[in-house]
Design a protein around this ligand. Structure first.
Ligand code: FAD
Length: 443
């Protein structure tokens, strides 16, 4: 059986390697030719490539289950397993730039017998009598019995074979920058496995620790907050970084130096798109969708690669079970995604809408179910809730599990408690600083 995978991102590469290890012949087609000889990689069309990524426990588990040497290669390349302060033996993620992650995974795919990487643009899926027979790449047909679309959130070539995506823009915008610690310098302050997370009414500031003494800082704001859009200018980002204590501590010139320009983020989405067409049927026998092509979530808590590789792992196993019965495989995969992936999308849709509402000046609404971020914050008052909230935070329990503690959290907010505001500029003070630094340039 010959399989073509559209897209050589994390999902496409992982899927291809795992299938080839089961004896399948797999061609992965991507318009991106791969890294340059010196290891640099522009990765046009994947705007998040140089933005910070935190890799969750599920990513490590997926690698260890199907291709354990890739995990070892990542560690050799400088990635650091993330552990909890009180459980240093328990790995809960991986600190690594996306560049390193993808370079290592791509090398494994290149070395994998049964996988062929091909550079080209997939224009269309070819089919006969309702069954996939290949893809058209730059005007030429590449034959395949099965086509797996791992073309990410922006993939277009198979769009007509599915019903519309649910969701859309999540209402949050990002600006980030990469740094490297100077020789001898230690990490700055940390309050989370990924690094340092500070949440203000109106914006968030996050430090992500990566491989090889590199890290990224990130400022997230409401995308409608036009006054903060100037953060994409280097002088403004630097001034904001000096003003926000958690970022200032990491980026002070004695500790680190920038190694990238300031990177503005494109639009961030919460979307879910099923395998099925708008009549609820599998449109094409032998065409399946996986990874961001199925679900994207606001990256602020880094669930994208986890949900993508969880899907890829499941799809590969279902293909073992269903063999050439692709329609029943698609249906079972859809059912699994609806139960195990879609809840993370729905969780973010509600969380983000409520966050934007609060960022625009509204108080917590205790007359409605609380979003997950507020339930998590309430564990500061009642740490007993962590028994339920902890597994959700680690994505080991679905968002519905929070229902068990939501009434307790609501009681806490109804009593008047609100999450403490960290030291640093308010949203209005930060917006003033942005305006002050931007205006000399605009004149
Ligand atoms: C700003 C931002 C920050 C993020 N941070 C995190 C994080 O911290 N942690 C985390 O887990 N996730 C994060 N994510 C999500 C994560 O980046 C995605 O989940 C991940 O990229 C999904 O991988 P993928 O392989 O499915 O898709 P992609 O990485 O988008 O790869 C798709 C590939 O398909 C190729 N392609 C598309 N169309 C065609 C075509 N027609 N022909 C040929 N090739 C094609 C593209 O070139 C690309 O290589 C973030 C996302 C964003 C936007």
């Amino acid at each position: 059986m010959h399989i073509t995978v559209i897209g050589a991102g994390p999902t496409g590469l992982y899927t291809a390697i795992a299938l080839a290890r089961r004896g399948r012949e797999v061609t992965v087609v991507d318009r991106d030719p791969g890294p340059n000889g010196d290891g640099s990689w522009n990765r046009r069309g994947v705007m998040q490539f140089h933005h910070p990524h935190g890799f969750r426990q599920q990513v490590g588990e997926a690698l260890l289950a199907e291709m354990p040497e890739v995990w070892d290669d990542l560690i050799t390349a400088g990635a650091q397993p993330t552990t909890l302060p009180d459980q240093p033996e328990r790995v809960v993620g991986l600190r690594c730039r996306r560049l390193i992650f993808e370079r290592v995974l791509r090398s494994a795919a290149e070395a994998q017998p049964g996988v062929t990487l091909r550079t080209g643009h997939v224009e269309d899926v070819c089919y006969e009598r309702g069954r996939t027979v290949g893809v058209r790449v730059d005007g030429h047909q590449v034959d395949a019995d099965l086509v797996i679309d791992a073309s990410g959130r922006a993939g277009q070539s198979t769009r007509t074979f599915r019903g519309p995506a649910e969701g859309g823009d999540c209402g949050i915008a990002y600006v980030s920058r990469q740094y490297q610690l100077l020789p001898g310098a230690q990490n700055g302050p940390m309050n989370a496995p990924i690094g340092m997370v500070t949440i203000y009414p109106g914006y968030q500031a996050i430090v992500f620790i990566h491989d090889n003494r590199t890290f990224s800082t990130l400022i997230a704001r409401a995308s409608t907050d036009r006054q903060m859009a100037g953060l994409r200018f280097q002088e403004v980002f630097e001034a904001a970084s000096r003003a926000i204590p958690s970022l200032a501590a990491w980026t002070e010139p004695d500790r680190s130096r920038p190694i990238s320009p300031v990177l503005p983020g494109g639009r961030l989405h919460n979307t879910y798109q099923a395998q099925l067409d708008d009549t609820g049927q599998v449109a094409l026998n032998g065409l399946m969708f996986v990874g961001d092509a199925v679900c994207t979530t606001n990256p602020s808590v880094g669930r994208g690669v986890a949900t993508s590789l969880m899907q890829a792992q499941r799809l590969v196993r279902l293909l073992d079970d269903h063999r050439r019965d692709f329609t029943s495989c698609s249906l079972e995969f859809e059912h699994w995604c609806a139960e195990n992936i879609k809840p993370w999308f729905s969780d973010h849709v509600y969380w983000d809408a409520e966050l934007i509402r609060r960022w625009s000046g509204h108080d917590v609404d205790v007359t409605r179910p609380l979003p997950s971020d507020l339930i998590m914050a309430a564990t500061m008052v009642d740490p007993e809730m962590l028994k339920v909230v902890g597994p959700y935070m680690a994505m080991l329990a679905l968002p519905a599990s929070l229902a068990a503690v939501e009434p307790r959290a609501r009681e806490i907010y109804a009593s008047g408690w609100r999450p403490p505001v960290p030291e640093g500029p308010t949203r209005d003070e930060l917006a003033e600083l942005v305006a002050a630094v931007v205006s000399p340039h605009s004149g």
